[in-house]
Design a protein around this ligand. Sequence first.
Ligand code: PDD
Length: 300
Amino acid sequence: MRVVAYVNGHYVDLDKAVVPVEDRSCQFADGVYEVSRFIGRRPVRLGEHLQRLEESCALLGIKGAPAAEDWRRIIARLLDDSGIPHDNAFETILYQQVSRGAAPRSHLFPPASTPPSCVAYFRIKPAYTAKQRSGGVALISQPDERWNRCNIKSVCLLPSVLAKQAAHDAGGFEALLVRDGIVTEGSSTNAFCVRGGKILTHPDGPRILSGVTRGLAFDAAALAGIEVVLQPVTFQEYIAADEAFLTSTTMNVMPVTSVDGKPIATGAVGPVTSRLAAAVDDLMWRELRANREFTCAGEP
Ligand code: PDD
């Protein structure tokens, strides 16, 4: 695959793709982003990702980014130029970023005439191992030191980066973020637990990013007859749960079998998690098969 990037109207090889030093994403983390998944040329819930990108821009007052239809045209060109095949075994992620543009450094917003800086490109999707899928992953708890507007998918990711690295250094797969004794989410995932057959997760709001996969999981749970309860869960409740799992664009449902080195329940992947994981994959595939937006007639 050739990695081609869209940068402000131009399509160039990624190693030639640059933004100015005074781009506000570099100096102020003044920008937003999206990560969405493609299987062959079929996107997973692209509409939701494009909508969240628009909402993130609106919440920060970043104006002039491409509308969803324009992004779809850009994405169609990137799929072609990157040589992404009609092959369901070929999985990529699309990264999109919009910043408030480039302007002489000043904390104040630049003049309204400053265009936003828009970037997009595909990369091969990270793969997870069969062992992680069947045996679950380990979480390491970390204080949630992020700001109070986590519902915005902002590139201001340093607290998440530090938490993920600390979890990794302690032998964990992901950081479980805890604020005021409450589990909020993972550093780049949404966090769930299961108690008495019901799925519990943090309510929407400024403390979490409302993941697109979290929405997919809610829809799949409804179809599978699994109840979802949106309520804050304390760290103590989380580690005493029957089951736990994460969701994100790159992994769909990932079982969690330990936190801070202690097993969740028996330390095995739980039945509700397994049922939900299968229901999420089923629903995703049903939606994908019905989506011919970037594919041609007769293709798989
Ligand atoms: N992260 N919570 C946070 C803080 C995230 O950064 C993400 C996604 C999620 C899951 O959202 P979704 O289901 O829409 O992927 C939850 C992306 C994948 C990233 O930063 O790479």
